[in-house]
Design a protein. Sequence first.
Length: 198
Amino acid sequence: MNPHKPIARLVLALFLPLLLSACDTPPDRQRFPEITFQHLPPINLDVAQIEITSDYRSTEHADDNAAEYPEAPEQLAADWARDRLKAVGSRGQANYTVVEARAVRVPLPRSSGLNAALKTEQSDRYDLSITVRLEAGNPLSGKSGTVTETVTRSQTVPENMTLNQREAVLFNLLDTAMKDLNARLEASIPQYLGPLVR
């Protein structure tokens, strides 16, 4: 009997679980800053209350890939109203609705054969579309109005992109879309709901 076999078995028994667990270890997930607008001044509306709702449910759309984003687009679109809108009146109501927060990954056609092996191609396109509507009215002043804004963003990614790189692309896509939405609403609310802005 080989005297080294028991030692070899012991070493294998000790280190095999470690080797197998190392193979299953997922890559370190990067942390992204929170997308928020709480640092900006509130938009004061002459209404007694603000109701925030969503007509869009990502789970109802089989091709929606909102789960791949660091934060849910639908939730961020609703959070914008919580961060920026403030009721300062004694009568009336504002209704802020997330009409759509659609996130879709579209696989792109790629070359085959030798051409595919010689170049790195774009494998997917990420499309993001967010639409919100703000309706407000005050029966005391008789003023009312509606604002609807839509932002869309698209970004293609290469086939050799890592998971962390892909997540960074989606974060930037969402961050840019929300900043655009914020800028559009900042401009359109005074324009279309001017008499209700305080």
